[in-house]
Design a protein around this ligand. Structure first.
Ligand SMILES: Cc1ncc(COP(=O)(O)O)c(C=O)c1O
Length: 405
């Protein structure tokens, strides 16, 4: 008789044992403040609430300047524009990320170069990055994916040697800190997303942070149709530089207020995610063939968009990840999602072949990891019990692996 629920056995969980935190969070006190802003009519154009949030969020990541924008895709686009990247230039991105990282390169007319990831962190491999460099390379966008930080020290050392700008895509790493310095403030510019599902969310919005005043000014002009931060709305004091393509990518005071309140609550929530991770690591330690992505490079202050769980040893590597996901789901595990695919193979990726290329050596690690990794999104990580239940389901699969082969 089969043991596994996917083959007709009894499911391990039947009564919604897994608690998923309703997301984004709401509170009466934030609602009151939003009403105040609404009544004040100061919704946009560099409102006081927006400025406060920009300062607070930048400081939380050890940066001096923050520039709020409408999402975490245009932040990447403006970062490239602020750095003067355009047609004829190449930008290196990891092959495993959300398509926005790559599409931002297309928006500025540069060529996107896909480089491989490290197997342990699932973030951009410094060696693959170095192999991908040509005289045309102007920027690199390492992504701190799900639950691990990219190897910033090595990547920045290589970038500096070749005069390449580093833009950190921190859409998954709110609050992250590595060796005493916040993520996003290691490179020239850090980019964050506050989209609906992110660990800090205003439904939509994004922010760039930087310690470079000139870049901060260019970023501001790029998102505010060319105005300087110090211009009165509608009264430009100085023109934007001619090499800067400027847009209206402004954020709203209402978004900034929601985010200010979430930032105040962030340390407590992040502690829950860290506690979940510690427990999950302990629970999974006795199960051969399964590992956590965060083991690759657990940051000094780790932020989580998700925890990557990788099934790549002790026979698990012979089982299709979709089958593992389906088997966990049949056991009643409702907190597991598939990882992003390799960007080049994503259904929504529609760059023309001449607009991108693969780094020498291709991206074999990314291709392998997308077959082996699943993710638990942060709203499934707020409850400690989920870690114990999840590990119990993985243990059941491990003990009955032959049924899946
Ligand atoms: C790694 C990464 N970069 C960039 C983005 C783009 O952010 P947004 O959806 O706010 O445009 C996302 C959003 O999913 C992301 O996951």
């Amino acid at each position: 008789m089969s043991e596994l629920a996917i083959n007709g056995g009894t499911p391990l969980f039947q009564n919604n044992e897994f608690k998923v935190m309703p997301w984004p969070p709401v509170s009466e006190s934030t609602a009151d403040k939003l009403r105040e802003i609404y009544m004040s009519r100061q919704w946009s154009f560099n409102s006081p609430t927006e400025q406060e949030f920009e300062k607070e969020f930048a400081a939380f990541h050890d940066a001096e300047f923050g520039i709020l924008m409408s999402n975490g895709t245009v932040t990447l686009e403006c970062a490239l524009e602020a750095l003067g990247v355009g047609p004829g230039d190449e930008v290196i991105v990891p092959d495993l990320t959300w398509i926005a990282t790559a599409m931002s390169v297309r928006y500025v007319g540069a060529t996107c170069v896909f480089a491989d990831i490290e197997k342990d962190t699932c973030c951009l491999s410094p060696e693959a990055f170095e192999r991908a460099i040509t005289p045309k390379t102007k920027a690199v966008i390492p992504v701190h994916l799900y639950s691990s930080m990219a190897d910033l020290e090595k990547i920045i050392a290589i970038a500096d040697k070749h005069g390449i700008a580093v833009i950190e895509d921190c859409a998954h790493m709110h609050g992250g800190k590595w060796n005493g310095k916040g993520c996003g403030s290691w490179g020239a510019i850090g980019s964050f997303s506050f989209q609906q599902s992110k660990a800090m969310s205003a439904g939509e919005a994004g922010i760039c942070i930087t310690n470079d005043q000139k870049l901060a000014e260019r970023l501001y002009r790029a998102k505010h149709i060319g105005y300087s931060r110090y211009d009165k709305q509608g009264q430009a004091g100085t023109p934007p530089p001619q090499d800067l393509l400027c847009h209206n990518y402004r954020g709203l005071a209402l978004q900034a207020q929601i985010l200010r309140d979430q930032l105040a609550d962030f340390p407590a929530l992040n502690q829950k995610h860290n506690d979940f991770n510690a427990l999950l690591e302990k629970e999974l330690a006795q199960i051969p063939g399964v590992r956590l992505q965060s083991k690759g490079r657990l940051a000094t202050r780790q932020g989580y968009y998700a925890q990557g769980v990788i099934f790549d040893g002790d026979g698990f590597e012979k089982i299709n990840s979709e089958k593992i996901r389906a088997a966990l789901s049949a056991e009643g595990v409702n907190v597991i999602n598939t990882t992003y695919g390799s960007v080049r193979n994503h259904l929504l990726f529609n760059m023309k072949p001449e607009d991108y290329r693969l780094a020498p050596g291709g991206c074999p690690n990314a291709e392998e990891i997308v077959q082996r990794m699943m993710v638990i999104l942060h709203y499934g990580m707020a409850d400690q019990e989920n870690a114990v239940s999840f590990a119990a389901a993985v243990r059941k699969l491990a003990e009955n692996k032959s049924e899946l082969m």
